[in-house]
Design a protein around this ligand. Structure first.
Ligand code: SF4
Length: 207
């Protein structure tokens, strides 16, 4: 009489992998698992630069048109800095517009004495050929974007002196003019109205 077969060895937690390997049930169980940190590292190495490149291109394309330029346009048109200078009688009206009665600064209009800090030139008087090159120099010293308002009949077309040999028949012969204000002289309200129209123009041009 032969001896009865030996009972199977109990599988403990520690010997389960060895038992499966011997029986050929799960050959993959012995392969080392890829650590989670390593997966994250590989993904970060490949995904993050690609995402940065894609988002960078998107922001460069969309942000310029939809965020940066409108913001600068809004800020620029609501804080126009005219050059602090005057040519003739219209300059008295220009100065009055910044007095307590009209208070142009409530619109963000602040005259500055350096052309390098200005984006608006208000030509407020008779322009002679003698001063023409100075006017052009001041205009060229202003940073872009910049604007010009011809205030009064003299700046617009020479005014009562348009036939004089010494008078420039309109400042648009020297620099590009965006807004013309009629009058001899225009009152401070007219100057403020001209600046508000320029603000509308800047908003429409989206510069
Ligand atoms: S438009 Fe009239 S007020 Fe103005 S600078 Fe000429 S003359 Fe003087």
């Amino acid at each position: 009489m032969s001896a009865p077969p030996a009972p199977p060895m109990p599988r403990t937690a520690g010997s389960a992998a060895e038992a499966y390997r011997l029986e050929g049930e799960l050959p993959m169980v012995e392969q080392p698992a890829v650590p989670f940190v390593e997966i994250e590292t590989v993904r970060a190495r490949e995904f993050i630069p690609a995402a940065k490149e894609a988002f960078g291109a998107l922001i460069a394309e969309q942000g310029q048109a939809k965020l940066i330029r409108p913001t600068f346009n809004w800020a620029g048109r609501n804080s126009l800095f005219p050059l602090h200078w005057g040519l003739a009688c219209c300059a008295i009206e220009f100065a009055s517009a910044f007095s307590a009665r009209w208070d142009s600064e409530r619109f963000g209009i602040v005259p500055r004495s350096s052309p390098r800090q200005c984006d608006l030139m208000i030509v407020n008087g008779t322009v002679t050929w003698k001063v023409a090159h100075k006017l052009i120099t001041l205009y060229e010293q202003m940073p872009e974007p910049k604007w010009v308002i011809a205030m009064g009949n003299c700046a617009t077309g020479g005014g009562p002196f348009r036939t004089a040999y010494s008078v420039v028949p309109g400042v648009d012969k020297l620099v590009p003019v965006d807004v013309y204000i009629a009058g001899c002289p225009p009152r401070p309200e007219a100057m403020i109205d001209g600046i508000l129209r320029l603000e509308e123009l800047i908003r429409e041009r989206r510069e």
